[in-house]
Design a protein around this ligand. Sequence first.
Ligand code: P61
Length: 471
Amino acid sequence: MSPAKYQTMGQQEGRRSWAEPWKIKMVEPIHMITREERQHALDEAGYNTFLLRSADVYIDLLTDSGTSAMSDRQWAGMMMGDESYAGSRNFYHLEDAIRSYYGYKHIVPTHQGRGAEQLISKALIQQGDTIPGNMYFTTTRLHQELAGGTFVDVIIDEAHDPSSLHPFKGNVDLNKLQAVIDKVGADNIPYVSLAGTVNMAGGQPVSMANAKELRAFCNQQGIRVYLDATRMVENAFFIQEREEGYANKSIAEILKEFCDLTDGAWMSAKKDNLVNIGGWLAVNHEDVFEKARNMVVIYEGLHTYGGMAGRDMEALAIGIEEMVDDHHVHARVEQVRYLGKLLTDWEIPIVVPAGGHAIFLNAKKFYAHIPQDHFPSQTLAAQLYLDSGVRSMERGIVSAGRNPETGENRYPALELTRLTIPRRVYTQAHMDVVAESVKNIFDSRAQTKGLKMIYEPAYLRFFQARFEPLR
Ligand code: P61
C-alpha cells in the first residue's frame, strides 16, 4: 500500500487531533464579491478597512470585539431580559458572575470597555499624573490623557521585538517602573495600568510571577494596580501552558489568582465575555467604587444597567460562566496558532510567539521597501482585502497617532497588521483561505507601493482616516 496522501493537522504534528467543543446550530451566509467590486469598495473606504461595509467583506478579521458567536444558553438568556430601569435581576446575576470568577467586590456596569476606562481614569487621575503601563492601548491611553494624565510604557523590551520568543512578552519591567517613580514620585502615580494579553504587543501574556512581583513592589511604594481584564482568560491559558506550577490548575483558578493581585479591573465584555456589546468596571476599594458609581449615572446609565439592556447583562453573565471552560479557551487559542503556524512555515513575518486573539503580520518586514511614513500596515490591510475580501486592521503608525504635546507623529517599533479571530465563528477552512491570501500578497510584495493620508481626524485617527495609493 502506498503511504497516505493526506494527513490531518494532528497527524502532521504526531498527536491526536482536537476539535472545537461546540457544534453549529445557526449559520450566517457570507460571500466574496468580485475583485472589481472590492477595488471600488476600497476606493470608497479611503483604503481604511474600518470604513468598509461589512457586506463587502468575505472573512472578517477586523476584530474579535463584539464579534463572537453566542451560545444557545446565552440566546435563551436574552429571552430572560428583565428590562426594568432600576434593579434588574439580570444585573444581580452579572454581579454574582463577576464576583465569582474575577473576585472583585464592587461592580459598575458600562456600555462597553471605553465607558469603564472613562470612569476609572476620571476617578483616579489628577491633572499632571503619570500612569505607567505594559504598553499603551488606544482608547485606554486616550482616556488617561483626557483625564489629565500621561501614559508611560514600562513593558519589557522584548515586547517591542516581533521576533523575540520570550514566553511572557507582556511582563512589566520593574526597573523601568522604578525609573518612572524616581522621575515623577510615587505620589504622582495613581495606579499602574496592567493589561492581560497585551493587545498592541501581539496578544502577549503577563506571567503570574511578574504580577506577584509587581504587586509586592507596588505595595512597598503605595501604588495601586488596576487591570485591563479584556482578554485575561487568554492570559490565564498561557500561564497554564507555560508557567511552572500551573499545568494542573484550571483557567478559572488561574484567572482568580491573577485578579486577586490587583485592586480592580475594567473590561470590554465584547471579548473574553462572549457578548456582542457590554462592559464593566469592578473594584475592591470603597472610595473608588463610590466615585465610579456617582459618575456612571452621568455617562452611561443607572448603576444597575450602565448602558446595557437587561438581556445584554443576562447574556454577559452566562458568557462569563462559559468563557472559563478550559476546552473553549484551548480551541480558541489553538485556532489562532493554526493560522500562525501556516504563515511561519511559509516564512511570512509575524509576531512570535502567536498571541491569544490574533496573528499580527510584521508589516515592517513584509513590506521592507515601504517607509513607515507611507503606512506599510495600512497598505497590507488594503492589499489583503483586495486579494480576497479578508478584512484586517492596521496596528502601526496610524494607530499610534500623534504626541498630544508636540503634535508629532509617534513612530512605534511595531508596525503590524492584525488578523483577529472572532470566538466560535470561523473554521479551519476559513483560516486556510486567509493564509493562502496572505501568501499571495507576500509573493507579489515587491510591486506594492505605500499610501498617502488625505484625511486625519483629531482623535483615534485610525478609525476614520482616509488614504490614497501612491503611484
Ligand atoms: C479591538 F482599533 N479593543 O481590539 P471597547 N482594552 C482593550 C481592548 O482591546 C479594547 C478596549 C479596552 C478593540 C476594539 C477597538 O483602537 C481600537 O469595548 C485591551 O471597544 O470600548 C478594545 O473596549 C476598549 C478597536 C478599540 C480599535 C480601539 O478590536
